[in-house]
Design a protein around this ligand. Structure first.
Ligand SMILES: [Mg+2]
Length: 143
């Protein structure tokens, strides 16, 4: 008969087996995300024990690198995409398992294995009305 400790070890091993890397790859957006809370992302990216990938809808790579340096963001790779829906493809291809972004358009095609963190800003939240903003393509209104 198995004791509680053995069941605990089995549970931990089962959870570890779900992830090829015990420390998930962290992914972050830049605009409307890092620039909304640079202190948070500076601390998070500097203490994250795994890889950090930046995924941004920008064309100017040099400017992205300069902005990340200015905010003291620590990262391993920078991926620039030319369409919002390309982010989900990069996230799947690179194995990102925790991802921060501010645009639901970028987040809806990300698979269920990836934890998604939506950053609030003036583009997705009406601070005067205190309500989230979304379109028919990104949200359902609950009745
Ligand atoms: Mg953004």
């Amino acid at each position: 008969m198995a004791d509680g400790t053995q069941h605990g070890r089995q549970a931990v091993e089962s959870i570890r087996a779900l992830f090829p890397d015990p420390v998930p790859i962290l992914g972050i957006d830049i605009d409307g995300c890092v620039d909304e809370a640079p202190i948070f992302f500076r601390i998070l990216t500097r203490i994250w024990p795994g890889q950090v990938f930046v995924v941004s809808y920008r064309r100017d790579r040099a400017k992205a690198i300069a902005d990340l340096a200015r905010w003291e963001i620590s990262y391993d790779q920078l991926f620039l995409v030319t369409a919002l829906d390309e982010k989900a493809a990069v996230i799947a291809r690179e194995g990102i398992r925790i991802y921060f972004d501010d645009q639901p358009e970028c987040l809806k095609a990300i698979d269920a294995l990836t934890s998604v963190m939506l950053v609030r800003n003036g583009g997705n939240f009406d601070f005067d009305d205190q309500r989230w903003m979304f379109s028919d393509k990104t949200g359902k209104l609950l009745q």
